[in-house]
Ligand binder design. Sequence first.
Ligand SMILES: [Zn+2]
Length: 206
Amino acid sequence: MQIRYECDLTGEEYVTQKAWRNASLKHCPLHPEGGCGFTRNGTYERCFPPGTRIARWYCRRGHCTFSLLPDCLSARLPGTLAEVEAVVGRVEQARSLEAACSGLRIEIELPGVLRWVRRRVQAIHAALNTIKGLMPERFAGCEPLLGAFAEHLGVDGVLPVLRSIAAPYLPSLPAPLGFSPRPSQGGEPNRSHQHPAGPDPPALLV
Ligand SMILES: [Zn+2]
């Protein structure tokens, strides 16, 4: 289970500072009363950004592992939220999806690039739509687009800020912003993807 690690570092700073060492979970999310054999369970590695590690806890009674994901990193997808935001922002500003994709991920063919980009755009726009619905008083009149949210919030990096604003809803918001494995509506069929290191859940959006 992924848990938010509240931290305002960039991905690079998180790695440089080895900030997973400062992550803490005071009690078991399943058994706040304690007595369940809740214990720190080391870290696991993520490949991107290189050197990333994620702090992890284990509840013996619940047979459940908890990973503390910092606000800068994508859930169920390699890399940072800033990288996802750059791709989605590029699509929002381009005249077409194809135009936005030119020059992106040149190591794969255009149909693959389109799928790669479309999954990210759909997941983020679905999350923004859901947040708008859950917090109408805060986002009424705001289009469910990153550009509109950025302007509304007065920030450049929208997604890490939304981890904070929408914190209570993260378990039900789609990855890579939220922690739900549920793919965005209208997406392509899931393909299982072997996570390169550690027991992170499969990356549904890769
Ligand atoms: Zn527990």
